[in-house]
Design a protein around this ligand. Sequence first.
Ligand code: C2O
Ligand code: CU
Ligand code: CU
Length: 511
Amino acid sequence: MSSRSSRPLTFDRRRFLELCGAAATASLLPLASGCGGDELAPPLDPGTFTVPPLLDGEIDGAVRVFRLDLQEGEVEWVPGAPTATYGVNGAYLGPTLRFRRGERVRLEVTNSLGETTTLHWHGLQLPARADGGPYQTIAPGTTWTSEYDVVQRAMTAWYHPHQMHLTARHVYMGMAGMILVDDPADQVGLPSSYGVDDLPLVIQDRRLLADGTHPYSAGKTPSMHDHMAGLRGETMLVNGVIEPRRVVPRGRVRLRILNGSNARNYHLGFSDDRAFLHIASDGGLLAAPLATNRVLLAPGERAEILVDFGGDAVGAGVQLQSYSGEVFASLFTGMMGANLSDSLDRATFDIMTFEAGPEATATAPPPAAFEPIVRMSEADAVRTRPIALTMSGGTVSINGEQMTELGSVPAAINFQIRSGETELWQVTNSSGMAHPLHVHNRHFQILDIDGAAPPPALAGWKDTVLVRPGRVVRLLLRFEGPTDLQFPYMFHCHILEHEDMGMMGQFYLVD
Ligand code: C2O
Ligand code: CU
Ligand code: CU
């Protein structure tokens, strides 16, 4: 049975050409070479799910050491037209790193590419100089070492480059991978056999052209429109494979899902609308498993869900889909929103297929509740910081400013924050599209959204929060950890084109 979706492909093509036309009239940045001649790839055949290799590292004294090599490769997504890629220890994406809470890790990152990049540990709490942000560049042919203690609770994090102005390109080329932080005390009763009943899903959309290139291929640059909207594509990849199919045991399977896309949001659910348990968000387990049939993931966000395939007939397939159309109106508003969205943002489309296999597992249901999450309170905050997200006239800004160079950042987005203090960040979005705001080094709590307590899915620990147009989201962040006057941490929109255009600020932790 084909898993090709109900995707309105011909409409996409027309829309693509329209956008190229719009970009041509408003070109402040070079036009995509994809416009005016290059064609989108035809619908591509689904592949077989691959599980990224699990790296456990090697013990060196009291440190667990991981060696990562950033390298060039190629992948043949379009038959006969291989795409040039970047990967970590391989052609595309990278291994899953398994950390253990309480251990010290050392990451030795060798850059075998022909250009400078960085590698950032998204979701990890660490010293600023180990963060892998834009200040920790790795020149070609050199090795950068990052070493830190794994201090936080069990969670699913990830790594990706953070090179100033080039993050979107480097991630799109294929550099990213997952990090699992294990804490045996925190995982009672959950499937945890990696690659069997505990599966990583890195979801990415790609705009693949018929010749195997994409808008970030060598010599190309996405259009101004794609920078403002964030580059979205028509081909769905999971772990680097087109709309893959995976045979799973008939029983409870844990999916650790990362939205590793540059700009697209996914409103995930299954084609038969089955209920599942949402068990963890960015910063680890929720207070209790949440029965639901949807989870919304913005770029950079993670969710862990528990899906029961126990009642599925052997060989039956169910699609993981994005019900994007259901949330379209709240993610894109007005003329601006209409202009910055694409047809998939208004549609339901397939991402991958799960097929129940002959083997059954008998994993017990998870506990009714996990560890309680102690809610922070407004009274804990020593100050309120406004964070205004805006777009206008070809720019994306935070507090009216952009971070366009290292070392010289406007005061409105360059903070000194005392280690040990709690702050309230009042985030507003006056643009026509939703922006996922990410803060390095800190997991925060959402105090309220337009004055209302967050829904259960957003009431756990977060490091990235989708701020919808017109909303006011108040965050509570308790800053702690080693101070550093030399290196800051970043906060930014995780639409990577926006980050590259300067929708980013920085903060120093000080005494
Ligand atoms: Cu996912 Cu600043 O990073
Ligand atoms: Cu980060
Ligand atoms: Cu943004």
